[in-house]
Unconditional design. Structure first.
Length: 262
């Protein structure tokens, strides 16, 4: 049985963008428009191998439209974007390019929601760049190079070997760097305390097969107020695990924190 959110019949209007990051990478992005003139927006940052073309991402975006227009995008090295994936390091520039474009378009209140790798990027971006109305980490890792689950061991084999990178490039449309990080960036748990005063919501499934709930509690415990932790019984990992009910909870939480009148 699919756990995708049922999409509405009437599709929202959308605008396509080709953005350029501070380090020169082209980013493929789509902005979904709600009704009327709006000054609030939400950014969705996918997990590794994710794309704005995914029905799961699209359904979440449409569920969040009542609180603001929603921009989805492909991280570097993914699908229609340029460059190569660094699996959470230089992707912070991708998110900043999206947020900056939304501000150029006149949005004065921007929230960011990240999933898995995208969750780590959202936490790092909120801590380093700041200036967003709210940050949401869904199924995010608290530390790098985690191999404590079978799925993460397989993922590291995939990105660490030429054969695995060939498979990702050929069958998942994801191009990955073939070198280690140098320098190694600070981990999400090390930066979580710098997200404040931006409100931080940490969401994690108790049935996540990639990262156990200890990753969520580590990020939440390291953060300062305002912060909130949702541990969701039966929930799996990232975009695919977001049910209609959880999407509504996210919508309401974000809506309470986006500037009044937006």
């Amino acid at each position: 049985m699919s756990d995708a959110i049922d999409a509405p019949v009437d599709r929202p209007r959308e605008s396509r963008f080709r953005l350029t990051t501070a380090d020169g990478v082209g980013i493929d992005a789509v902005l979904l428009h709600g009704t009327g003139s709006r000054t609030a927006a939400v950014v969705l940052a996918n997990g590794f191998t994710g794309t704005h073309r995914s029905p799961y991402t699209r359904a979440i975006a449409e569920a969040l439209l009542p609180v603001g227009d929603v921009m989805t995008f492909d991280f570097r090295g993914h699908h229609g974007s340029g460059g190569r994936s660094t699996v959470g390091n230089e992707e912070i520039h991708d998110l900043e390019a999206v947020v900056a474009r939304l501000r150029e378009l006149g949005y004065t209140s921007v929230a960011a929601v990240g999933f898995s790798m995208g969750a780590a990027v959202v936490v790092r971006h909120a801590a380093i760049y700041g200036g967003i109305a709210a940050a949401v980490s869904v199924s995010g890792p608290s530390r790098w190079y985690y191999r404590g689950t079978r799925r993460m061991r397989l993922l590291h084999l995939g990105i660490g070997r030429a054969a695995g990178r060939f498979f990702l490039r050929s069958f998942r449309k994801v191009r990955v760097i073939d070198r280690d990080w140098d320098p190694r960036p600070a981990e999400p748990r090390q930066l979580a305390g710098e997200v404040s005063p931006t409100p931080l919501l940490v969401v994690h499934g108790e049935a996540d097969s990639y990262f156990p709930v200890s990753h969520a509690t580590a990020i939440h415990d390291a953060a300062r107020e305002p912060r909130e932790l949702w541990l969701v019984p039966g929930m799996g990992h990232a975009e695919r695990a977001v049910t209609p009910e959880l999407a509504v909870r996210l919508r309401d939480w974000i809506g309470e924190r986006i500037a009044p009148g937006d």
